[in-house]
Each structure stands twice: as structure tokens, then as C-alpha cells.
Design a protein around this ligand. Structure first.
Ligand code: ZN
Length: 401
């Protein structure tokens, strides 16, 4: 799987301008660099047509992709429109591509995943933000990089710099990261790569961010009280605390329990005893303290993922270790049919708990205040520019140019 990413414009070609001396070329490149990291993590080979701020012609971009034998070509852009109300992402595919194949199919995935994962609506051109354009003769694609590349190629417009709200987001690191996640998901869907969530690793979020997410979901105090311990032990054992904490949210209903296991059992993950005879409370392990229950939860995951346990493991750990797949379950998705009989168990945790949790990362308050000030300054500047644009248009309309 070889993806050529093309950050549009560069060097003297600034692309569209946003408020406050910021240009499209910069947003395109920042998105491309984040995207390269994510795609490479998925095992996709990536070629950037430019990885710095330089001049690069359309033919050169296409030639780089062609000679590298890319499987797909994605040109990253941000749009500009006279009407500052226009906003949202959209994608342009080849006029020769039907919806079921090639660049049309890729464009559909890109727009749909951006819509779903960034929570923003597409610009409603063509088929819900997916469109193509003939040249003036009507015998080829209008856009150079689509016409000159020999593989499915898409121009992805990630929003409008002429819209104040979009422009703000298109230079915001956490939003660009969300776009990179969405584009990665679209490319995975296009190639049919199953989406996987690793169990082993270091935390990306803080315990405080996880608590905020838990509170937002009406968590019981006992659940938010243990977040610090989850982060401490997860970091120590080398298992991502986001995974364990999200799984516990599902297993305990954010600490309210309400299922078979009772809160006083300190069992955060539905771990059974070594020799259960049914599905009663006593068929589930009890732990002396909340912390002991968390340690057991991690040790249970350790038996799945092939990680050294922390201290003396609980009885059920040894049963997992005797199974043929012990130590080979590296991804949450593979937990289905194992942790519980439900084959969708792992995917459900990812979909309903881990993804929403990971999407809650917020910048600290200081950054927020600065960006708000900048935002106000930017908005004024946009209004000035709009006024000037209106004047220029009136002059143009009044003359016979
Ligand atoms: Zn552009």
C-alpha cells in the first residue's frame, strides 16, 4: 500500500490566504506531516511530494507519484470562496471514475470519515461533497494533478479559509490531528485494512482528561477516584491506561455497576474466579482494595498482550496463560470472543468508549485564552477584507472589463 501525499502549493505559491497572514500552504503541509505519521503506523508506505516549504509544479508532483508507483494520490488543500459563509470539506475525483471504484470511491471515504470523525458537515457540492470536473473541451479532467497522475487521485479540500470558523480550525493542531485520524481511517477503509487499537503502549491522555470524559458520561465517584491509579499502574506495566480505563467504563457502567458484579468486589473488568460454575457474583473474583482490582485488571490484560505481570497475579491469570493464544492478543479488537463470548466485544469498546475518550484531548486553558484573543483579531481582519472585496466587486461590476 503506497500513498503519495501532496501538500498543495508551497514556496512562492502561498495558496489561499486566511486571516492574519496565514496561508493555505502551511495548513496543507502540517496536515500532511501528521498524516504521514499515522499512515506509517498503519503499515502504509508514504511519499510526500514536499516535506518543507518549497516551489513545486503540478507536473512535478504527478511525476513523483507516477515514478514511485503510488497506489493512490491525495492532494491536500484548503479552499477559498467569495462567499464567506461557505464552509466544510469536499473532495474532487477523476471524471472517469465511477462511485464504486478508484478515486471516486476514495473521495467518498475521505468525505464521509471527515464528516463522522470531525463532526463537521461537508460542503454540499456534487454528491454530498464529492464531485469531479471536465476540462473545457470535455475530454479530460480539469485539474492537473488528477489528469497527470496514473493512479486514483483525489484533491481533498479540508475546509474554507474564507470562512472564519473553518480558518481557525485549519491552523489548530488538535483539529489537524483529527483530520489526520479521519483521513487515515478513510485510507484504511479504501485498502480494506482492519482498524486496530494497540493494547500495549504509553498514555496519550492524562488521567485528568480521562476524568473529564468520565464525568461527562455521568460516572460514579468511585470510577473517577481510581483514574490516577489506572494511569500510574498502566505507565508502570506498559499498557495504555486509556484502554484499561475505557474497558472498565464498559464493564462497570462508569463505576455504577448494576450488573452481576457488586461494587465492593473491587473488580473493574468482570474478571472471573479460576473455577466459576455460573455467572453469579461469587463466580467473579473479589479484591481487597480498588487498587488491587486495578492491578489484577492490568495483569489480566498482560496475559492477553504478552506483558510481564505486576506482582503476584490473581488466580484467573494462570488460566489465560494456559490458552493457546496467550500473549498474542495485541489489539483491543481481538478481545472479542475471548474476554467475553461476544465477538464484537473489543470493537464495541473501541467504538463506544476508546474513540470518544481519545477525542476529548483539550488544550490547556492558557492556550485557549490566547487563541480566543487571536480569534477576535482575526475576525476583525476578515470583516475588513470582506468589505474591501465587496468594494472591488462593485467596481468590477460597474465597469465593462
Ligand atoms: Zn489549494
Amino acid at each position: 500500500m503506497r500513498v503519495c501525499l501532496d501538500p498543495g502549493h508551497g514556496g512562492r505559491d502561498m495558496g489561499a490566504s486566511a486571516v492574519g497572514d496565514r496561508y493555505e500552504k502551511e495548513s496543507n503541509l502540517r496536515c500532511a506531516l501528521l498524516l504521514r505519521t499515522r499512515l506509517e503506523e498503519m503499515g502504509v508506505a508514504v511519499l510526500l511530494t514536499r516535506s518543507d516549504d518549497r516551489d513545486l509544479g503540478l507536473a512535478e508532483r504527478a511525476e513523483l507519484a507516477n515514478s514511485w508507483l503510488a497506489d493512490v494520490f491525495i492532494s491536500l488543500h484548503a479552499d477559498w470562496a467569495p462567499n464567506s459563509a461557505a464552509q466544510g470539506h469536499h473532495a474532487i475525483h477523476s471524471v472517469f471514475s465511477s462511485p464504486a471504484q478508484g478515486s471516486n470511491r476514495l473521495a467518498r471515504f475521505l468525505v464521509d470519515y471527515l464528516t463522522e470523525m470531525t463532526g463537521r458537515d461537508p460542503w454540499p457540492r456534487g454528491d454530498r461533497g464529492v464531485w469531479s470536473r471536465w476540462n473545457s473541451v470535455g475530454d479530460a479532467d480539469y485539474y492537473g494533478v488528477i489528469r497527470m497522475t496514473q493512479m486514483p487521485a483525489v484533491i481533498l479540500e479540508r475546509g474554507f479559509l474564507s470562512n472564519a470558523e473553518d480558518a481557525d480550525l485549519l491552523f489548530d493542531d488538535s483539529f489537524l490531528q483529527m483530520q489526520a485520524e479521519a483521513i487515515t481511517a478513510a485510507v484504511s477503509a479504501y485498502f480494506g485494512i482492519p482498524k486496530v487499537t494497540p493494547i500495549v503502549g504509553q498514555p496519550e491522555l492524562s488521567a485528568a482528561e480521562a476524568v473529564r470524559w468520565a464525568r461527562g458520561n455521568g460516572a460514579h465517584e468511585r470510577f473517577t477516584d481510581v483514574a490516577d491509579e489506572y494511569w500510574l499502574l498502566g505507565t508502570r506495566i506498559g499498557i495504555r491506561p486509556e484502554i484499561a480505563y475505557a474497558q472498565s467504563a464498559r464493564e462497570t457502567g462508569f463505576g455504577h455497576y448494576g450488573g452481576i458484579v457488586r461494587p465492593e468486589q473491587n473488580n473493574w473488568a468482570g474478571i472471573k474466579t479460576a473455577d466459576p460454575t455460573g455467572d453469579r457474583p461469587e463466580d467473579h473474583q473479589s479484591f481487597d482494595t480498588p487498587g488491587e482490582g486495578i492491578r489484577a485488571h492490568y495483569n489480566h490484560l498482560a496475559a492477553y498482550a504478552g506483558v510481564e505481570p505486576l506482582g503476584e497475579p490473581h488466580p484467573r491469570y494462570h488460566l489465560v496463560m494456559s490458552l493457546p493464544w496467550a500473549g498474542m492478543i495485541g489489539h483491543v479488537e481481538e478481545m472479542g470472543g475471548r474476554w467475553t463470548p461476544d465477538p464484537d466485544y473489543g470493537r464495541d469498546i473501541v467504538r463506544r468508549y476508546i474513540q470518544p475518550l481519545m477525542a476529548t484531548a483539550v488544550p490547556d486553558d492558557d492556550d485557549d485564552m490566547v487563541s480566543r484573543e487571536t480569534y477576535e483579531a482575526c475576525r476583525k481582519r476578515v470583516e475588513e477584507l470582506q468589505e474591501r472585496f465587496r468594494t472591488i466587486r462593485e467596481i468590477a461590476e460597474d465597469s465593462d472589463w
